[in-house]
Design a protein around this ligand. Sequence first.
Ligand SMILES: Nc1nc2c(ncn2[C@@H]2O[C@H](COP(=O)(O)OP(=O)(O)OP(=O)(O)O)[C@@H](O)[C@H]2O)c(=O)[nH]1
Ligand SMILES: [Mg+2]
Length: 1090
Amino acid sequence: MRLLNPQKLKELQSNPSRIRNICILAHVDHGKTTLADSLVATNGIISPKMAGKLRYMDSRKDEQERGITMKSSSISLLHSKGAEEYLVNLIDSPGHVDFASEVSTAVRLCDGAIVVVDVVEGVCPQTQAALKQAWLENIRPVLVLNKMDRLILEVKLSPLDAYVHLTQILEQVNAVMGELFASEILARTIPEKPQSPNDPDKSSSSLYDWSTGLEDEDDSHLYFSPDQGNVIFASAMDGWGFSIEDFAKLYAEKLGVNEKVLQKTLWGDFYLHGKTKRVMKGAQEKAKKPLFVQFVLDNLWEVYDTVVVRKEKDKLQKIADSLNIKLTVRDMRHTDSKVQLQALCGQWLPLAKTLLDMVCIKLPAPYEITEEKAEKLMCSATERFDSLPSETQQLKSVFLACSSDEDVPVIVYISKMFPMERGCLPQYRSRPLTAAEIAQRREQARLRHAQRLAQSHDVPHVGGCGDDVIPMPEPHLLSHGDEIKTEEQEAQEQSHEDVFIAFARVFSGTVKRGQELYVLGPKHEPQSALEKLKNGEIIDPNLTLKDLKSGQHITRVKIDQLFLLMGRELETLDSVPAGNVLGIGGLEEHVLKSATLASTVACPAFTEQAQVVVPIVRVAVEPAHPQDMAALVHGLRLLNQADACVQVIVQETGEHVLVTAGEVHLQRCLDDLRERYAKVPINVSAPIVPFRETVVVPPTVDMVNEAIQDQSIARKDGDTENTDEVITMCTPNKQSTVKICAAPLPTEVTSLLEAHTELLKAMDKHLHFKAGHQTEEQSSQKSEDFPSDNTSGNQMVLTERTLKAIETLKERLKDAFSAAGDEWKGAENQIWSVGPRRCGPNVLLNRVSDYDRPAIWQRLHGSDPRLEYDSSFVNGFQLATLAGPLCEEPIMGVCFIVEDWTLADKSQLDLLSTSETTSGSQPYGPFSGQMMSAVKEGCRRAFQAQPQRLMAAMYTCNIQVNAEVLGKMYAVLGRRHGRILHGDIQEGTSTFTVTAVLPVVESFEFAPEIRKQTSGLASPQLVFSHWEVIEIDPFWTPRTEEEYLHYGEKSDTGNRARRYMDAVRRRKGLAVQEKLVEFAEKQRTLSKNK
Ligand SMILES: Nc1nc2c(ncn2[C@@H]2O[C@H](COP(=O)(O)OP(=O)(O)OP(=O)(O)O)[C@@H](O)[C@H]2O)c(=O)[nH]1
Ligand SMILES: [Mg+2]
């Protein structure tokens, strides 16, 4: 029974106040999909009896098998709240960190979220991540405290203990919200008067009192609290859930207390005074039962005790009667007591109704989109909204209006493309035949039968004549029959083919079939597009994505298929008004992963979805049979389109590399590739894990913790050339000399740079942009670097906030440098460049006494002749940091200090270059190139002159284990070079929550192993956390007596860093120093000995 009929759907869709777009967010396994089942069951799509078991939204086979959700999917539900009807577009999202990008795609389309927390596990890393994502997208959350049944049956808490436990969990969730709020306020607070950089009193910004901003802001609306009506206590599996309101209503009558009062006091430190029957404060102090325990939890515990533990059926009947609930005879007879419990609680405290009611009341409708959110969608955080062209700025009001009128611009955002078997599309689905069609088919069948009969009569007669003529059926019949067959076959084949459906939301206007819209790619910029259009350029309607040249981001498309998303199915629609989530077909050729559809090119591309996971696990793939290469390439293309997080890279070597978020994600990608997209067997390389290279201060103890007497021993022996730390490099034509040395950057500086990559990128882009656009005159006029006035028009694109962030970063770097020691003082003003890619965690420091070059904070200006080659110098440094000498992995945390840079006279240089060109022989190539390679080589050698180390990417993981298997878990972690950061026992249980770090390179098969070792009790979530130095010199071999004693002559167990390094070098085809045969012995031939 479907409650949604097309007419009603249309009505609801065009009334934004009756639409709610929501998603369910939580840590993995906290019960999102189970909860979604309950909601889906209210619409009769699945039977209420199956709700919680079916996990309807997990439509993929592997999702069902593994029991985890891997993609976000949407379903439209009808909900009646009293007389009002609502259309709820519900998106179920995955909780596993590997699929965090799917959460981003879901959150982008929603206005509200249901955050689910397992009350036994509490707030977990992904809960925090989900709350943060919701926060960043400005969507309002409500909270479901799920799995309450586990507190009763599994952990066996008393109602009072459970109450205390629940308050703690609420506190944890609210702490996360508070933190988000505080960080937002701190980032938003700008010092009252933006200071111009020439302000002598510059340092006062660091004295700004941050706390004032926090105190002024009202944050009470932000927190979850049952008395605010935004918290539900539930057991999704048993199908019940309630809010404080439900019980307040119930008891207001019974106790004769005002309902409003009860609503405010049923949760919290209140108790009922026995004699006066009045609600009093201070339950804890007076050791009284809080109201919540007395009236809510006690009852629940009692029901579970009676029905599930003691299984007293007659008492169950009594409870049912007292609650006015009818239990069917069938339920009562059932041997599984959970069935009776579900029947009872499902009627007593209906989860779906309570939750959907709350969604309709507490979560905003699409037209309530805030101005802040609209700006956030249209303009990235580092740029100023008012730097957008005025046509674009005007569109903000269109977002806010959420109107579906004919004359407003159409704006649709596509957050991902998802695959669907063609056969599942409504137009291919077999539908029940109408009576007329059945009659027609019957008639056709009768005709065919009659003809066949007639022929069979004819055949013997013809044959009897001895004629060779073979009876042929009527020509038109034959062709008709054949046609049917081939058509059917084709349809069969086609039905297994995948088509891509865009997962989208209409933000303004109405999309209709047949309408023509612009497809704006993620890099589209309205400014340049508008200019081009004004210059008479038109966009060819036949263009598709693959025809686009660089700099082009727009195609045009005629909308052909619109769908209502119904979980595993789609329903065809003719038009969709603003505020709705929908599916759009036929855009494969136009959209790669995400895009904006609009009726005007003034619409900006929506800002990128927050990427929360760092894709870190790579593999190289190749077809098992070389002739399948084309199929693999095609498959990779489809996979890339279908998955927001996956990256497909073709390396220079021709290798196809897949970059994925983690092991589970990788596995899913490979399965998809094999079975769905490429449909050919493929070979997969061992996972490729990135490393970083760095230098450290010379160690003082050796591998067996003995003090090193002679520092030169610690260095590579025999390498006399490298003992000098300052490297002098000359360009091949001897016109320029640089002196460079390397040193480890203070850790604080490295982490600051690492944390502000985006900011550095924005700054670099801005400075380059400005440098490129400014005339000599302008640049000499303006000495300030980031003018905070808006006089320079559209060139001034960085927001106040970004400017302030840059200022803050500089201040913090200054602090970090001065804390690191005297030799670093003032280094922030000597930063020549950061790298690699002009935004990385390495610094090029200008300590050339006579080269007065502005630091990165400012635009390049001055008259030094060396400035001409400055960019070559910087590029040399960028190249050097991109691939280090150990195994060509990027460098991290290294400071390259340039001590000296001399350049021959300009006249001499000019002379040289002209003589080179005239004579036609350029022995060393252009000078800028020479400069670049000299710097690159200098950096590399300076790096090698220091004690070098590899850095490994580290995962953190939270593991919840029972005390009994704790030892085994430690053993597994130890074997994989992991470390425990801290471990806590959870109150009232024997469960330990352990936080550990573990190198990514050692993490493969970690989850299955730990599950095996702990008999399935622990299942870790691995999240990339940071880079860590591996404390072993990759070139180390035993040198001292003790080391020989401890590690043996070959030290084949000791050097982990060497092993990693060699593996990388081997993979990259670099030379590896190793002996294939060591201590060779002549082998005996066994057979001769017999
Ligand atoms: N005891 C109990 N178990 C529950 C409850 N809700 C869900 N579960 C169980 O928890 C497990 C995970 O449930 P799912 O609904 O798949 O969890 P999920 O949050 O969708 O998981 P992902 O999508 O993989 O992140 C299943 O085995 C459910 O049966 C509940 O209220 N009580
Ligand atoms: Mg799920």
